[in-house]
Structures are given as structure tokens and as C-alpha cells.
Design a protein around this ligand. Sequence first.
Ligand code: FES
Length: 164
Amino acid sequence: MDTKAETKCCCADSCQKYDEIANIIDLYKGKQGSLIQILHLSQQIYGYLPLDLQQFIARSLNKPLSEVSGVVTFYSFFSTKPRGKHTIRVCLGTACYVRGGKRLIERLQSMLDISVGETTKDGKFTFEIARCIGACGLAPAIMIDDTVYKQVSPNKLDSILSKY
Ligand code: FES
């Protein structure tokens, strides 16, 4: 079956993205271990993996939705909700936890007015937890996109976030 013929969408932008994803599915279909690759590329194109898109991918690959959803929920780098422009990750590995990582989470939750796993209303930040980001010697640490901030205290957060 031609995947492109199944494309369904409600607006031009979404339609174009579904077309791109359909092309990727056609390219990878039938190849060993292709599901993760397809999901990864689909997330790059669409920004996240909503249920409709998971259904589209499952149908196109003749796989049950449960298999696709199972992979999406298993790997933390897949997201089922729209993500913010920047991702803040507070480390809660052992060293950071012991040295105050939890206080950073509490302060960020009140500064951003969201809980862990959520995105701010203005779409600027997605807030997540990490499990060691390789800066244990200078804990507690946080990461914003690819930048690591070490020895962070709650009162340093304002000036760090103001850069974004
Ligand atoms: S535990 Fe936080 S950087 Fe390693």
C-alpha cells in the first residue's frame, strides 16, 4: 500500500509535515529496527509525537498502535506533547540530589509556573529531570539545551534563565 495515499491532516503546514513523514516511512519501511529511526525523524519534523501521528505511523507500517506507543513511552527522548523552544533539565542524580537538586526543582517550578514534564504557556521552556549530566564534581547541575550550568543555587536561576 502506498503510505502517501493515507496521509490525513487538517491544515497545509500539518499536511506538508505528514507528507515528509510518509516519505520517510516509505524509505525505512521493512528495514530491521526502523521504527525508532522513523519515530526519531518524525519527531524532528513534527516537533513531537501526538497520538494521531503515532496512529498514522502504526497504520503505515502495518503495526499495532500499542507497539508504536510502547516505544514512544519507553524512550524519554520521545515526546507526546509540544515542546518548548528551550529544554531545562535539572539533574537528580545522586550527587546533585544530595547537594540540593530538589531545591532547584522547587524554585524552577514556582518561577516557570509549571511542573516537571510540562512546557510554559509561552512555549519558551520545557522542564525535565535528568539522571546525571556528567558534572557530579560540581553538583548541583542543570542543563539548558546543550549548556551545562554547575554549582547552581536557587538564587542563580534568575540570571541563568534571563539569558534565554
Ligand atoms: S549526579 Fe548530577 S551531574 Fe552527576
